[in-house]
Design a protein around this ligand. Sequence first.
Ligand SMILES: [Zn+2]
Ligand SMILES: [Zn+2]
Length: 209
Amino acid sequence: MNARLDHRSPLVFDTRELGRRPGALKRVARSVPAPADLGIEVIGVAEGATVELDLRLESVMEGVLVTGTARAPLTGECVRCLEPLERELDADFQEMYSYPDADARSRLAATDDDAEEDEEDTLFLEDDMVDLEPVLRDAVVLSLPLQPVCQEDCLGLCSECGARLADDPDHHHESVDIRWAALQGLAGSPQDGEMDNAPRSNGDDSQEK
Ligand SMILES: [Zn+2]
Ligand SMILES: [Zn+2]
Protein backbone atom coordinates (compact mmCIF):
# COMPACT_ATOMS: atom_id res chain seq x y z
CA MET A 1 0.00 0.00 0.00
CA ASN A 2 2.93 2.34 0.60
CA ALA A 3 6.01 2.94 -1.40
CA ARG A 4 8.90 1.43 0.50
CA LEU A 5 10.52 3.80 2.90
CA ASP A 6 13.79 5.24 1.80
CA HIS A 7 16.14 4.53 4.68
CA ARG A 8 18.40 7.35 3.53
CA SER A 9 15.66 9.92 4.06
CA PRO A 10 16.62 12.05 7.05
CA LEU A 11 13.15 11.63 8.54
CA VAL A 12 13.24 7.85 8.46
CA PHE A 13 14.48 6.16 11.63
CA ASP A 14 15.65 2.60 11.91
CA THR A 15 14.34 0.76 14.96
CA ARG A 16 16.13 -2.56 14.43
CA GLU A 17 18.70 -1.82 17.11
CA LEU A 18 15.87 -1.37 19.54
CA GLY A 19 14.70 -4.95 19.18
CA ARG A 20 11.20 -6.05 19.97
CA ARG A 21 11.55 -6.58 23.70
CA PRO A 22 8.95 -4.32 25.33
CA GLY A 23 10.58 -1.67 27.47
CA ALA A 24 13.70 -1.34 25.34
CA LEU A 25 14.55 2.30 24.87
CA LYS A 26 16.68 4.27 22.48
CA ARG A 27 17.31 7.98 22.28
CA VAL A 28 18.16 9.62 19.01
CA ALA A 29 19.15 13.22 18.31
CA ARG A 30 19.30 14.27 14.70
CA SER A 31 19.44 17.53 12.80
CA VAL A 32 17.60 17.36 9.52
CA PRO A 33 16.87 19.82 6.73
CA ALA A 34 13.22 20.84 6.77
CA PRO A 35 11.12 19.30 4.01
CA ALA A 36 9.13 21.61 1.74
CA ASP A 37 5.87 23.14 2.94
CA LEU A 38 6.46 22.55 6.62
CA GLY A 39 3.97 25.01 8.02
CA ILE A 40 0.95 27.04 7.07
CA GLU A 41 0.55 29.89 4.64
CA VAL A 42 1.51 32.71 6.98
CA ILE A 43 4.27 31.02 9.00
CA GLY A 44 6.42 27.93 8.82
CA VAL A 45 9.87 26.39 8.69
CA ALA A 46 11.70 27.41 5.53
CA GLU A 47 12.63 24.48 3.32
CA GLY A 48 16.14 23.34 4.16
CA ALA A 49 16.26 25.12 7.54
CA THR A 50 17.70 22.95 10.28
CA VAL A 51 15.20 21.03 12.37
CA GLU A 52 16.65 19.68 15.60
CA LEU A 53 14.96 16.44 16.55
CA ASP A 54 15.18 14.74 19.90
CA LEU A 55 13.50 11.38 19.89
CA ARG A 56 12.83 8.62 22.31
CA LEU A 57 12.02 5.30 20.68
CA GLU A 58 10.40 2.85 23.03
CA SER A 59 9.54 -0.74 22.24
CA VAL A 60 6.04 -1.66 23.40
CA MET A 61 3.86 -4.71 22.83
CA GLU A 62 2.28 -3.64 19.54
CA GLY A 63 5.08 -1.60 18.09
CA VAL A 64 7.31 1.37 18.75
CA LEU A 65 6.23 4.45 20.63
CA VAL A 66 7.99 7.57 19.41
CA THR A 67 8.12 10.58 21.70
CA GLY A 68 10.02 13.67 20.77
CA THR A 69 10.50 17.35 20.28
CA ALA A 70 11.33 19.37 17.20
CA ARG A 71 13.03 22.75 17.27
CA ALA A 72 13.47 24.94 14.24
CA PRO A 73 13.49 28.57 13.16
CA LEU A 74 10.15 29.88 11.94
CA THR A 75 9.69 32.61 9.40
CA GLY A 76 6.46 34.23 8.47
CA GLU A 77 4.66 37.50 8.34
CA CYS A 78 2.41 39.45 10.64
CA VAL A 79 -1.18 38.93 9.54
CA ARG A 80 -2.02 42.54 10.40
CA CYS A 81 0.87 44.58 9.02
CA LEU A 82 2.64 41.99 6.81
CA GLU A 83 6.04 42.70 8.39
CA PRO A 84 8.32 39.66 8.23
CA LEU A 85 8.70 37.96 11.58
CA GLU A 86 10.82 35.24 13.12
CA ARG A 87 9.93 32.79 15.84
CA GLU A 88 11.27 29.59 17.29
CA LEU A 89 9.37 26.39 16.79
CA ASP A 90 9.25 24.08 19.77
CA ALA A 91 6.85 21.25 19.08
CA ASP A 92 6.25 18.08 21.07
CA PHE A 93 4.81 14.91 19.63
CA GLN A 94 4.11 11.33 20.51
CA GLU A 95 3.07 8.70 18.06
CA MET A 96 2.60 4.96 18.04
CA TYR A 97 3.97 2.98 15.11
CA SER A 98 2.44 -0.48 15.03
CA TYR A 99 4.03 -3.67 13.80
CA PRO A 100 2.08 -4.66 10.69
CA ASP A 101 1.45 -8.13 12.17
CA ALA A 102 0.34 -6.75 15.53
CA ASP A 103 -2.24 -4.72 13.70
CA ALA A 104 -3.66 -7.77 11.97
CA ARG A 105 -4.24 -9.32 15.39
CA SER A 106 -5.86 -6.30 16.93
CA ARG A 107 -7.98 -5.80 13.85
CA LEU A 108 -9.51 -9.22 14.36
CA ALA A 109 -10.46 -8.29 17.88
CA ALA A 110 -11.88 -4.90 17.02
CA THR A 111 -15.37 -4.18 15.77
CA ASP A 112 -15.77 -3.16 12.15
CA ASP A 113 -16.15 0.51 12.99
CA ASP A 114 -13.06 0.57 15.13
CA ALA A 115 -11.08 -1.24 12.50
CA GLU A 116 -11.98 1.37 9.93
CA GLU A 117 -10.93 4.20 12.19
CA ASP A 118 -7.75 2.44 13.15
CA GLU A 119 -6.80 1.90 9.57
CA GLU A 120 -6.86 5.59 8.87
CA ASP A 121 -5.05 6.71 11.99
CA THR A 122 -2.55 3.95 12.58
CA LEU A 123 1.01 4.39 11.45
CA PHE A 124 3.01 1.31 10.77
CA LEU A 125 6.60 0.29 10.97
CA GLU A 126 7.87 -0.59 7.56
CA ASP A 127 10.86 -2.90 7.47
CA ASP A 128 11.40 -1.90 11.12
CA MET A 129 11.64 1.75 10.10
CA VAL A 130 9.48 4.69 11.08
CA ASP A 131 8.72 7.59 8.81
CA LEU A 132 8.57 10.66 11.02
CA GLU A 133 7.52 13.09 8.33
CA PRO A 134 3.71 12.94 8.76
CA VAL A 135 4.09 13.18 12.54
CA LEU A 136 6.48 16.10 12.27
CA ARG A 137 4.10 17.90 9.91
CA ASP A 138 1.14 17.49 12.24
CA ALA A 139 3.15 18.57 15.28
CA VAL A 140 4.50 21.65 13.54
CA VAL A 141 1.15 22.77 12.18
CA LEU A 142 -0.54 22.26 15.55
CA SER A 143 2.08 24.32 17.35
CA LEU A 144 1.99 27.27 14.98
CA PRO A 145 0.07 30.44 15.75
CA LEU A 146 -2.81 30.62 13.28
CA GLN A 147 -2.69 34.40 13.29
CA PRO A 148 0.92 35.38 13.93
CA VAL A 149 1.42 39.04 14.78
CA CYS A 150 4.65 41.02 15.07
CA GLN A 151 3.48 42.26 18.45
CA GLU A 152 0.27 41.72 20.36
CA ASP A 153 -0.89 45.29 19.87
CA CYS A 154 0.10 45.57 16.24
CA LEU A 155 -2.11 48.22 14.74
CA GLY A 156 -1.97 46.80 11.25
CA LEU A 157 -2.02 48.85 8.11
CA CYS A 158 -3.79 52.08 7.33
CA SER A 159 -6.88 51.22 5.34
CA GLU A 160 -6.46 54.38 3.30
CA CYS A 161 -2.83 54.29 2.23
CA GLY A 162 -1.41 50.97 3.47
CA ALA A 163 1.18 52.56 5.76
CA ARG A 164 2.17 50.52 8.81
CA LEU A 165 0.41 52.29 11.65
CA ALA A 166 2.96 51.28 14.29
CA ASP A 167 5.58 53.26 12.36
CA ASP A 168 3.37 56.28 12.07
CA PRO A 169 0.67 56.13 14.73
CA ASP A 170 -0.35 59.75 14.42
CA HIS A 171 -0.94 59.81 10.74
CA HIS A 172 -4.43 60.25 9.51
CA HIS A 173 -6.21 61.19 6.37
CA GLU A 174 -8.84 63.71 5.54
CA SER A 175 -10.77 60.63 4.56
CA VAL A 176 -14.14 62.06 5.42
CA ASP A 177 -13.37 65.02 3.27
CA ILE A 178 -12.29 62.84 0.36
CA ARG A 179 -15.56 60.96 0.43
CA TRP A 180 -17.45 64.13 0.99
CA ALA A 181 -15.75 65.64 -2.00
CA ALA A 182 -16.73 62.63 -4.09
CA LEU A 183 -20.30 62.95 -2.98
CA GLN A 184 -20.23 66.62 -3.66
CA GLY A 185 -18.83 65.87 -7.06
CA LEU A 186 -21.76 63.59 -7.78
CA ALA A 187 -24.28 65.95 -6.38
CA GLY A 188 -22.74 68.80 -8.21
CA SER A 189 -22.65 67.08 -11.58
CA PRO A 190 -24.81 69.03 -13.92
CA GLN A 191 -28.33 67.83 -14.33
CA ASP A 192 -28.08 67.77 -18.07
CA GLY A 193 -25.16 65.29 -17.71
CA GLU A 194 -27.45 63.04 -15.78
CA MET A 195 -29.87 63.07 -18.66
CA ASP A 196 -27.56 62.03 -21.46
CA ASN A 197 -25.39 59.42 -19.74
CA ALA A 198 -27.09 57.74 -16.85
CA PRO A 199 -24.84 54.58 -17.02
CA ARG A 200 -21.81 56.64 -16.18
CA SER A 201 -23.14 57.55 -12.77
CA ASN A 202 -22.98 53.83 -11.93
CA GLY A 203 -19.28 53.95 -12.66
CA ASP A 204 -18.90 56.82 -10.24
CA ASP A 205 -20.67 54.81 -7.59
CA SER A 206 -18.17 51.99 -7.75
CA GLN A 207 -15.24 54.39 -7.63
CA GLU A 208 -16.58 55.81 -4.44
CA LYS A 209 -16.12 52.44 -2.72
ZN1 LIG B 1 2.32 43.64 12.70
ZN1 LIG C 1 -2.71 56.17 5.82
